[in-house]
Design a protein around this ligand. Structure first.
Ligand SMILES: NC(=O)c1ccc[n+]([C@@H]2O[C@H](COP(=O)([O-])OP(=O)(O)OC[C@H]3O[C@@H](n4cnc5c(N)ncnc54)[C@H](OP(=O)(O)O)[C@@H]3O)[C@@H](O)[C@H]2O)c1
Length: 273
């Protein structure tokens, strides 16, 4: 039987025997925005596997959100689905009220919901601008404001799902890239404001990841886009939602207790084009 030991080398932390495995986030409560599919759904499932009670937020895909809840509860976990448009203040207030009603508290917020908004500069409309910034930036401001109230004096943990495009903006994705750069600026500034409240906040920057959103943006299996992304990725494949979810679990856990204000690439080594 294998074992892992703590820093002192004295006590086993967990064993290969699954019944003795200590879940990293037992009884924590998390809100994951945009969790009806893709990366958000995988984060929710990985959280639940570590003992988190998860609020699955979605905008319109009730069926997708219900499937994620079922996958979690079928495995003995706890989850509820709550519809809310994160760019709508009343919706966000209701999302966190329903979280409080269901679980009484909040420990973790993951800002994952996205409006993609890929277009060359000539085609970006004022409506596109507001849609992208409202969901990707204002939505995160609103959720963070509500989360802080529920975190209370015990503090909490915020993970913003940014993008490699925040540091290495993509051609024909200037608007999307700009929203993610803005999100990273919030991560850094808020780490300085919120450390005193025992709140950690970090950004994860996924590389190209195989999701429904990526597919509808044209990055389909076998496409030229996919080949281009894989060629630029040292580890030689596209990311999977689970690759991102595992990094989120790490950041949410005490293993990352000394990490805040960071932008962490989870991209198989892909940096820019
Ligand atoms: N996939 C990639 O290659 C990649 C690369 C870098 C970064 N990322 C980032 O990773 C995150 C997840 O991406 P993904 O590819 O998994 O996305 P996705 O498959 O398009 O899923 C997007 C999710 O956001 C939700 N959503 C959209 N607008 C919303 C709103 N106004 N309020 C609440 N929820 C809303 C959707 O809900 P409905 O289904 O109900 O509409 C859905 O659950 C995003 O922040 C994205 O920028 C992805």
């Amino acid at each position: 039987m294998s074992s892992l030991f703590n820093d002192s080398g004295q006590k086993p932390v967990y064993y290969s025997n699954a019944s003795l495995y200590m879940k990293k986030l037992e009884n924590k409560v998390a809100v994951v925005t945009g969790a009806s599919k893709g990366i958000g759904a995988s984060i929710a499932k990985h959280f639940a596997a570590e003992g988190v009670k998860v609020v699955i937020n979605y905008a319109s895909s009730k069926e997708g959100a219900d499937k994620v809840v079922k996958a979690i509860t079928d495995n003995g976990g706890t989850a509820i689905a709550v519809q809310a448009d994160v760019s709508n203040e009343a919706d966000v207030i209701r999302l966190f009220k329903e979280t409080e009603n269901a679980f009484g508290t909040l420990d973790i917020l993951v800002n994952n919901a996205v409006s993609q908004g890929y277009a060359p500069i000539e085609q970006i409309s004022i409506e596109d601008f507001h849609q992208s910034f409202n969901v990707n930036v204002l939505g995160s401001i609103l959720t963070i404001q509500s989360a802080l109230k529920l975190f209370g004096n015990k503090g909490g943990n915020i993970i913003n799902i940014s993008s490699g495009a925040s540091k290495y903006p993509l051609q024909n994705a200037s608007l999307y890239s700009a929203t993610k750069a803005a999100l990273d600026a919030f991560t850094i500034a808020l780490s300085k404001e919120l450390g005193v409240k025992n709140v950690r906040i970090n950004s994860i920057l996924p590389g190209a990841t195989e999701t429904e959103g990526a597919t509808s943006a044209g990055v389909t299996a076998g496409s030229e886009y996919e080949k281009m992304f894989v060629e630029k990725t040292p580890l030689g494949r596209r990311g999977q939602p689970a690759d991102i979810a595992k990094a989120v679990v790490f950041l949410a856990s005490d293993d990352a207790a000394w990490i805040t204000g960071e932008q962490i690439s989870v991209s198989g080594g892909m940096y820019g084009f």
